[in-house]
Design a protein around this ligand. Structure first.
Ligand SMILES: C[S@@+](CC[C@H](N)C(=O)[O-])C[C@H]1O[C@@H](n2cnc3c(N)ncnc32)[C@H](O)[C@@H]1O
Length: 221
């Protein structure tokens, strides 16, 4: 069984994100607006609260934010005392914006341009305790050119950044819990769901945003 692919859109292209962050840099420089926080600030806070409650995620745990955009979740984590933070994005303009924001707030957050579909480059980064994604798997799923292959490449990169203790924390608005579990099934096991607000329509309960945590699948011994 597999999920039905989404229709491709400009949100699945690098050109779209470059243009969008170019505009956000302009806004940031002219009136200090840090730009869009995808899926609203609450979804970010829910993830940070989940991380903060865990005794097995130390202050110096290694974090990577995949497709970091303006890097606001890393800013939030830095403000909460986490010290080993890296954001990567294939848009140089996103990295420029995020770096400027961190510098202006005097926060020690590292940023790097990286295409998460480039297995060789991803491998060079090593292993992280927490691999975070908000909206990036969604964007990759909208790639107009063979999104299924792109999703698999991306998930291989994620897996390569994890060991058996790492957490993969993902927030999506394009995929449901069940669809994420189904798509990740070969590489990851569900660890937990971070509860998000639900709505009820026609007697059916659903949520607009999904936040889930996965662990790398281990081979049966
Ligand atoms: C919906 S935005 C989310 C940005 C940020 N995570 C947030 O929550 O505000 C998707 C991000 O994924 C990045 N992205 C998409 N495909 C990528 C890829 N192949 N490699 C690296 N970054 C990618 C885009 O540049 C964009 O910053």
């Amino acid at each position: 069984m597999s999920v039905e692919e989404l229709n491709g859109s400009e949100l699945g292209t690098k050109e779209y994100w470059e243009k969008s962050y170019q505009r956000e840099i302009k806004n940031y420089k002219s009136h200090g607006d840090v730009g869009e926080i995808w899926f609203d600030e609450d979804s970010q806070i829910r993830v940070v609260n989940w991380i903060m409650k865990r005794d097995d995620i130390a202050d110096d745990a290694k974090f990577i934010d995949l497709g970091c955009g303006n890097g606001m979740i890393l800013v939030e984590l830095a403000n909460e005392g986490y010290t080993n933070l890296l954001g990567v994005d294939y848009s140089p303009k996103a990295v420029e914006l995020a770096s400027n924001i961190a510098k202006d707030q005097k926060l020690d957050i590292k940023y790097q341009v990286l295409d998460l579909l480039d297995a060789n480059e991803c491998q060079k980064l090593g292993i992280f305790n927490v691999v975070h994604d908000k909206g990036t798997y969604d964007a990759i799923s909208l790639n107009p050119d063979n999104p299924k292959e792109k999703r698999e490449l991306y998930l291989d990169c994620v897996k390569g950044m994890m060991d058996e203790n790492s957490f993969f924390v993902i927030t999506s608005c394009n995929w449901t819990d069940e669809e994420l579990i189904l798509s990740f099934n070969e590489k990851f096991d569900k660890f937990c769901t971070i509860p998000t607000p639900t709505f009820k329509f026609g007697g059916k309960v659903g949520s607009v945003i999904t936040s889930m945590v996965f662990k790398k699948k281990t081979l049966p011994s």
